[in-house]
Unconditional design. Structure first.
Lengths: 203, 271
């Protein structure tokens, strides 16, 4: 069954069809939430919240984009709301560590995946996942919003309550930091390019 | 070196199409001269294009199941939009109301039958020309509304004039204490056979000796329900009521007899 058919059924109240949509998208949404929050448990909760919002919003979903893109946007917004709340809670802390470039944010053990799946995946993809994981929180967030959620600089500035200059420089610094991590990792630039058929941005 | 630092930001902006034309030119000029920045440009471009393929994390076990449980819970809680009259509570209330009406009707009908010996008596609505000949059940309802009106009238009388209206007035409407009932000066608005009357006496059969009061061949009319009826004077009606009472016949009176205004007599079974 195509995504469109599943969406049509889910819109008519078919919970099984919706469950299939969840299964098809859960890893992407969960990854996004974990990368934006830096916390697996929080990420899982927010990803679930995003799917719940998708279910509730199905009647108004006009299909102007794919379900995958739409739910990715929903999840991005759910996570941004969470980050804002966090930011307010940790205002003081956050100001101190605002431009803290220090890496040291590794969860290598946590990232270990099922070996069979790992074999199927490109070395570059895994290196990138590790690299993202190793980025300082704020750089990872802004890079994910830009590169994975496909938000524009203006949108990021508005949603993260930053001025445009900060967005520009923070994205640039995040890219440089990721490059540095990937160079050290040695598996990104040395391995043959993976499946380079580029997926559309901001899916 | 400072130049290279500026160019790093330019390189990032270029990847997102955010570079101004003059900055673009500046960057090109620098790249032509700086092999380090050229290498950086290639590496950043490679990361940029590969990032969407960053390996996804696997959602925890039971993730979708948990979502679906929440969806199911949400659906259960969701109030269904049901039209008011289709809601079970409203339906139950409607049923209850219907039952109450039925009970009152049956009760009153029963009372009536006891007093009226199971007779079908036509009731007349105030201000309406159409008399209602209905089942005893509906009669009960009719009587109730008549009683209410009479009560209102009674209250009005009490307040507006020196005429005191004793409490029996309401009972009188049912046609029981016809003989003892007092008469009010208030004009009523009943209509029988197109005539405005102040009171309507409905009888099953004419009492013996009616000719002495109404004459051998009175001007019989036919009311809207097809019953024989007669327009009579207040005193005539009162005498008739006395006869009816004496002979223990079944009767019902609507309205209040006024000596000066016309009244109506309706006979259900003309024999």
């Amino acid at each position: 069954m195509t995504e469109q058919e599943l969406v049509a059924r889910a819109r008519a109240g078919d919970q099984q069809a919706f469950e299939q949509l969840v299964l098809d998208n859960q890893n992407r949404i969960y990854s996004l939430a974990v990368r934006l929050t830096g916390d697996r448990e929080e990420g899982a909760d927010l990803a679930q919240e995003a799917f719940l919002k998708a279910w509730q919003g199905l009647p108004s979903f006009q299909g102007e984009s794919s379900f995958a893109t739409w739910v990715y946007r929903l999840a991005t917004n759910v996570c941004i709301d969470y980050l804002r709340r966090q930011k307010r809670r940790r205002q003081v802390e956050s100001e101190i560590s605002l431009d803290d470039e220090e890496a040291g944010w590794t969860e290598a053990a946590d990232l270990r995946q099922d070996p069979h799946r790992q074999l199927e995946r490109s070395e570059q993809g895994r290196a990138l996942a590790r690299g993202l994981q190793a980025l300082p929180e704020q750089q990872r967030q802004i890079l994910v919003l830009r590169e994975l959620s496909g938000l524009s600089y203006q949108e990021i500035a508005q949603k993260l309550e930053l001025d445009l200059g900060t967005v520009k420089s923070r994205i640039a610094r995040a890219r440089l930091a990721l490059r540095k991590i990937l160079l050290a990792d040695g598996n990104f630039f040395n391995s043959p390019p993976s499946n380079q058929t580029e997926k559309p941005r901001g899916r | 070196m400072e130049r290279c630092q500026d160019m790093e930001v330019y390189l990032s902006l270029r990847l997102d199409g955010m570079l101004e034309p003059e900055q673009e030119q500046e960057l090109e000029e620098h790249l032509a001269l700086c092999p380090q920045c050229r290498r950086l440009a290639d590496e950043l471009a490679a990361i940029h294009s590969a990032l969407p393929q960053a390996e996804e994390l696997e959602a925890p076990q039971g993730f979708a199941q948990s979502v679906m449980e929440q969806v199911a819970a949400l659906e259960e809680k969701k109030p269904k939009v049901v039209p008011l009259f289709r809601r079970p509570q409203v339906r139950a209330l409607m049923g209850l109301a219907a039952c109450a009406v039925l009970c009152i009707g049956l009760y009153r009908g029963g009372l009536f039958h006891k007093q009226a010996d199971g007779l079908d008596i036509a009731a007349y609505q105030q201000g309406e020309s159409q008399p209602t000949q209905a089942s005893s059940q509906e009669n009960g309802k009719e009587e109730e509304s008549l009683q209410e009106r009479a009560l209102t009238q009674g209250i009005l009388t009490e307040e507006s004039s020196a005429d005191t209206v004793p409490e029996e007035t309401t009972e009188y409407q049912v046609g029981v204490n016809a003989a003892t009932a007092p008469f009010s000066a208030e004009p009523s608005e009943y209509k029988v056979a197109g005539q405005q009357v102040c009171a309507v006496l409905t009888v099953d059969a004419l009492p013996v000796g009616w000719e002495e009061i109404l004459g051998e061949a009175p001007d019989w009319l036919e009311d809207e329900a097809g019953h024989a009826c007669l327009i009579v004077e207040g005193p005539q009606l009162e005498t008739l009521m006395d006869l009816v009472q004496e002979q223990g016949l079944t009767s019902s009176l609507a309205g209040q007899v006024n000596q000066e205004l016309p009244c109506a007599l309706v006979v259900l079974n003309e024999t």
